[in-house]
Design a protein around this ligand. Structure first.
Ligand SMILES: [Zn+2]
Ligand SMILES: [Zn+2]
Length: 169
């Protein structure tokens, strides 16, 4: 076996299949005239709400803003962004509830959607950015490594940098 091959085999097991490599996403986009779309399925904890969102994948981000901390009930939120997106409900559209968050850091109104039965945070939309759907990554089967962080100045000191940018170095 050549030295090159044995090196390649040694490297392979370290690749994490759950993480979509950022570079291959860029390559896909630059070789096609219209950007590729993906379909993601979001389901809440109790299963009452389920929908698919189809759009152009803009990757996931961590948001450390205090509103996301409260809404998500954790130290930050992990959000997956699609643009030019369309939602199709399998079930539970009538159960979904909306909270209009008007006290955001950038001043935009953020519509925060959650299951009216179990309370799972599911999605953000904003009238300021039509076509943008931000899915709460915990509702999805596959969760991407975040590309960058929002409001990093709010990040708790005990949380390391989890973004793809730094992790590659
Ligand atoms: Zn639910
Ligand atoms: Zn936020």
């Amino acid at each position: 076996m050549s030295a090159y091959l044995s090196r390649l085999i040694r490297i392979q097991p370290t690749l994490n299949p759950r993480i979509t490599p950022f570079t291959s996403a860029i390559r896909r986009q630059s070789t096609m005239s219209s950007p590729p779309t993906v379909t993601k399925t979001a389901t809440c904890l109790c299963g009452s709400v389920s929908f698919t969102s189809t759009g152009v994948d803009k990757g996931s981000v961590l948001c450390h803003c205090s509103n996301c901390q409260k809404f998500g009930g954790g130290p930050f939120m992990h959000n997956t962004r699609l643009i030019q997106a369309e939602n199709k409900f399998t079930r539970g559209e009538e159960i979904l509830k909306k909270y209009e968050d008007r006290d955001t850091k950038n001043g935009n109104v953020l519509e925060r959607y959650f299951c009216g039965n179990c309370g799972s945070p599911m999605m953000f939309k904003s009238p300021n950015t039509p076509g943008l759907v931000v899915l709460q990554s915990g509702t999805l089967q596959e969760q991407q490594q975040p590309r960058f962080e929002l409001y990093g100045e709010n990040r708790h000191g005990w949380i390391p940098d989890l973004t793809a940018k730094k992790a590659k170095m």
